[in-house]
Design a protein around this ligand. Structure first.
Ligand code: NAP
Length: 253
């Protein structure tokens, strides 16, 4: 019989590192996935509990297959999947390199989809499981000046909601976690540290991780951490889309 593990993508920094720490603390055996192996090794040493390190570039088409094969080679199956790895770029669409955009689409949408497809059969065979997809408040509207990133998160939210319904009868919980601006390495990678959004609205990552794990435990379809983020998403539902687009464009400046 294979042993259950919790697989966290993007565990080398930010939210992913905190997810891994929190899951290890509650007794899960964790699998740490990202590119920076030195960071994953250091984290594995710190959290102990026979953590498994898998260094993969998740923009590679073949990476999900390799990740799941490595888990199985350790005599394990993924009982909890935390699709957290992701990144964005701020700036006009016309200035972004097509190859970089393709990598973003792969990491933020195709890879999590592939990982879900490859791990769900074993979850069902073992009587259930849990999937946490880290989307964003960006998922709820279009994002001029960060167009592709917002679109990838809309995809992930849509996929999560659909799978929440489809997989529920198989005892698999599915939650989309939708954080707003949060202090991690994300803003640096995205070139957003000086943006109005991050300078005025960014919060700490601990509360985001806690809300995500609690929401998954309760099988909430969507979790939006923080009162301000919830309010922004809710108010966006009633305002004309043209107004929201213009507002987002300003926030991303
Ligand atoms: N921070 C925010 O404001 C915010 C808000 C809403 C949603 N989110 C979402 O939260 C998730 C976590 O981001 P974060 O805020 O924790 O940012 P972060 O500190 O930059 O962490 C991103 C993680 O993704 C991994 N990653 C990126 N590209 C990868 C690739 N090609 N292959 C494998 N791993 C890759 C990175 O690992 P390596 O570089 O070592 O590969 C890193 O561990 C992302 O999906 C992000 O979109 C963040």
């Amino acid at each position: 019989m294979a042993n259950p593990v919790t697989l966290v993508t993007g565990a080398s920094s930010g939210l992913g590192e905190l997810f891994a720490r929190a899951c290890a603390k509650r007794g899960d055996r964790v699998v740490l996935v990202a590119r920076r192996k030195n960071r994953l090794d250091a984290l594995a040493r710190k959290i102990g509990g026979a953590a498994i390190v898998i260094a993969e570039d998740l923009s590679d088409y073949d990476a999900p297959e390799a990740v799941v094969a490595a888990v199985e080679a350790n005599g394990c199956y993924v009982a909890t999947l935390i699709n957290n790895a992701g990144f964005g770029f701020r700036g006009p669409f016309r200035e972004q390199a097509p190859g970089d955009l393709a990598d973003m689409i792969q990491v933020n949408t195709a890879t999590p989809t592939d990982l879900i497809a490859r791990t769900v059969p074993a979850m069902i065979a073992h009587g259930g499981g849990a999937i946490l997809n880290v989307a964003s408040t960006a998922a709820f509207q279009a994002g001029p000046n960060m167009a592709v990133y917002y679109a990838t998160k809309a995809y992930l939210l849509s996929l999560s909601e659909a799978l929440h319904e489809e997989l529920g009868p198989h005892n698999i919980k599915v939650t989309a976690l939708c954080p707003g601006a949060t202090h991690t390495e994300f803003a640096e990678t995205a070139g957003m540290k000086d943006s109005y959004l991050f300078k005025n609205f960014a919060g700490g990552p601990e509360a985001v991780v806690e809300a995500g794990l609690k929401g998954l435990e309760r099988n909430k379809a969507i979790v939006i951490p923080g009162a301000v983020n919830k309010m922004m998403v809710q108010s966006g539902r009633f305002a004309p889309r043209s107004v929201i687009r213009e507002l987002v464009m300003r926030l991303q400046r």
